[in-house]
Write a protein that binds this ligand. Structure first.
Ligand code: GLA
Ligand code: ZN
Length: 698
């Protein structure tokens, strides 16, 4: 039996449904709170995130606090059975604060301090900002930490960005001293002997700047690591101010797809991970590619703590900040929302509950439109989803088991892009990771998205595309993973630099060379219009029968030598012709595959069909999935919840495998042959398979 995770809040041990609620926009309209509560119940909402940008309403003057409006909201919620993620307001500060203490404002990389305005415009290091934040947070905690409606802390909002003020410069230097111990060690790690960049005093060390130092890769990388460190430290500071009043209350901070912050570093600090998803649906006839990339992010955020997360924000209809804002077509609201649940979310929440009347987000989708009533398409979609989440509430806490992982590190992501290498016009790291992930998603193979600090023990298949930055430690871990029987996939541009962004000497892929059994001698970028190809070598013991003929190759070609590896495919063009392009190395009980060039969807589909078979990874369904339809799994105590999600943009037919299935919402038996209309999302349940449970291949 699989044990579910304990509920995120014991007060609300079901799937959560709700929105950001910003009632401080409507304080002169007391009728609106009553109407909102009526509508919330009508939409099946049980939770709201309150007070996210409320600092000016909570502390209108320095040291003068006003809680009456928030008392009113939370007390009404408590009476009506609606719960609240109570926010700390540090995402935006009141004007009086910026005016009196300009140091709270952020200084950009050009060393110019911003004016008051916008949001997220604050310094992570400013003692005044920290003091003011601790004060307002502890006031909120004293008053509300034991309020019956409050289920947890929503710390700030979408932490991100960096500050280059003097406080931040000196914190950076302190962080570096701690990391390197001496200037000599710092100079060595940053390879400053090149271009006479050697530092002779700590005071000379600064953050990267567009008009100053920006070419030292090790320094750029350390600055990004420091920014993460300082952001996490700020978050810790915020949490410390609220914790004391009720240590039981869980804390989260809503994340976004921000590249500049390594969210894994929040794992120990937060009780639950939450994120904000805003995909631009309906850009193409088929939403499958986009859906697969959203799935990648759901998998990534879930894997930070390896437990259920929260979809803290999404739009009930459209956004208003993207280039083109399309409405969700019929079915898409349910489909995209259940997609989050399928990948391990225990909530579907929106930005925002009621549309603003003015300012920058007045046209952003909301559950309640300017019309002010419930007779809208969007309200209807939200209410329908509320009913579904109600009937699926048993899913809350159910794990999402995965035997496959994509290895995707933030510092690799930063280093790859900073590399000044063979293809500065684009190496497409994220896209490549997502393409590999998509091939698994199309087959209904659940995947975690992990970092090299995670344990590799529970996986059968690890895909580590473009692991450019690979430390000796990570190399050893991957080697041990393969020796124990795992299947590893790597690509070109792997094992090139260590954790300081210094090239591995003695032959690439450095710490992966023994595992992969190859030597990567040279690498080049291709122009967008250049093509090469990979032709599959017939015969051979390592041959995957799913691969045949030739596949188109582009963007990057690596010239590799097979040392102990077997050659499965060779280049077809240019002076590369007949040289290895696809290899497999047997090591211990396992296998390590290497793709020396960027291959397309056709190759990845065939390749992963082969690897799923040979690695023993189990797809969610024993039967074939049509293109653009995925199957994902949440494992309940006695039943599996199988999500069938049709993102293909077309009606699809599907034949279920030999289990007997019921509709998890209605309890009705489900026929073996299913028709999935456009944008259909079906949740089925089946008895948890004992064989699957034990993790043994059938
Ligand atoms: C972000 C923010 C919200 C809101 C939405 C709009 O995710 O956290 O406050 O601005 O975007 O899509
Ligand atoms: Zn600063």
């Amino acid at each position: 039996m699989t044990k579910p995770f304990p509920p995120i809040s014991p007060k609300l041990p079901v799937l959560m449904h709700g929105a950001d609620y910003n009632p401080d926009q409507w304080l002169d309209r007391p009728d609106i709170l009553d109407e909102d509560i009526r509508l919330m119940k009508l939409a099946g909402c049980n939770v709201m995130a309150v007070g996210i940008f409320s600092w000016a309403s909570l502390e209108p003057e320095e040291g003068v606090y006003r809680f009456d409006w928030l008392d009113r909201v939370l007390d009404r919620f408590a009476q009506e059975g609606i719960y609240a993620w109570l926010a700390t307001p540090s995402g935006a500060r009141p004007a009086w604060m910026s005016a009196k203490y300009p140091e709270v404002l952020r200084t950009e990389a050009n060393r110019v301090r911003n004016l008051h305005g916008m949001r997220h415009n604050h310094c992570w290091s400013s003692p005044v900002y920290r003091e003011k934040t601790a004060k307002i947070n502890s006031r909120l905690a004293e008053r509300y930490a034991r309020h019956p409606a409050v289920i947890g802390w929503h710390i700030s909002n979408e932490y991100g960005g960096d500050c280059h003020c003097e406080y931040c410069q000196s914190s950076f230097r302190e962080w570096l001293k701690e990391r390197y111990g001496s200037l000599e060690a710092l100079n060595a790690a940053w390879w400053t002997s090149f271009w006479a960049h050697t530092y002779t005093d700590w005071s000379q060390v600064e953050s990267p700047a567009p008009h100053g130092e920006n070419m030292v890769h090790g320094q750029n990388l350390d600055w990004r690591r420091f920014v993460t460190h300082q952001t996490v430290d700020f978050c810790r500071h915020e949490i410390e101010a609220v914790r004391g009043a009720n240590p039981e209350l869980p804390a989260t901070t809503n994340m976004h797809m921000i590249e500049g912050v390594d969210y894994r570093k929040f794992a120990d600090l937060l009780d639950v991970i939450s994120w904000d998803a805003y995909p631009t649906w309906h850009e193409h006839t088929s939403d499958a590619a986009l859906a697969a990339s959203v799935a990648f992010y759901h998998d990534l955020f879930r894997s930070i703590k390896h437990r259920p997360f929260l979809l803290m924000e999404s739009t009930p209809s459209l956004t208003n900040w993207q280039a083109v804002s399309k409405l969700k077509r019929p079915g898409m609201h349910r489909l995209s929302s259940l997609q989050a649940i399928a990948h391990g979310s225990d909530s579907v929440q929106y930005f925002q509950w009621r549309k603003s009347r003015g300012s920058s987000e007045k046209f952003h989708g909301a559950v309640v439109d300017h019309a002010g009533h419930d007779h809208t398409r969007v309200f209807g979609d939200a209410a329908d989803l509320g009913r579904s989440l109600g009937s699926l509430s048993g899913i809350a806490g159910a794990p999402t088991p995965a035997e496959t992982a994509i290895l995707f590190d933030w510092d690799n992501r930063w280093a790859v892009k900073d590399a000044q290498g063979p293809r500065n016009s684009g190496l497409h790291y994220e896209e490549t990771a997502m393409e590999h992930h998509r091939a698994l998603w199309e087959r209904g193979v659940p995947a975690d998205v992990i970092g090299s600090g995670d344990s590799f023990d529970d996986y059968r298949l690890i895909v580590a595309p473009m692991l450019y930055l690979c430390s000796e430690d990570t190399g050893r871990k991957l080697e041990a993973f393969v020796e124990r029987g795992g299947t590893l996939v790597t690509t070109y541009w792997s094992g090139v630099v260590d954790e300081h962004d210094l090239c591995h000497l003695g032959g690439f892929p450095g710490p992966l060379r023994r595992t992969l059994g190859i030597w990567a001698e040279e690498i080049e970028g291709l122009y967008d219009y250049d093509r090469n190809g990979v032709s599959i070598v017939p015969g051979g013991s390592g041959r995957l029968p799913e691969l045949s003929g030739a596949y188109e190759a582009r963007e990057i070609c690596e010239l590799i030598h097979a040392e102990t590896a077997e050659v499965l495919g060779v280049y077809t063009e240019d002076f590369y012709a007949d040289r290895p392009a696809l290899t497999v190395n047997r090591l211990g009980e396992g296998s390590a595959y290497h793709l020396a060039t960027r291959l397309g969807e056709d190759f990845l589909n065939d390749f992963y069909a082969g690897l799923i078979r040979t690695s023993g990874v189990k797809p969610v369904l024993g039967s074939e999935l049509p293109p653009g339809v995925t199957a994902q799994l949440r494992r309940g105590e006695e039943q599996d919840y199988v999500f069938l999600l049709n993102f293909s943009g077309e009606e699809r037919q599907l034949e279920l495998d030999g289990h007997s299935y019921t509709d998890a919402e209605t309890g009705e038996p489900v026929p073996k042959k299913l028709t999935l209309p456009v944008n259909a999302a079906v949740v089925l349940s089946r008895r948890t398979n004992a064989e699957r449970e034990s993790g043994q291949p059938a």
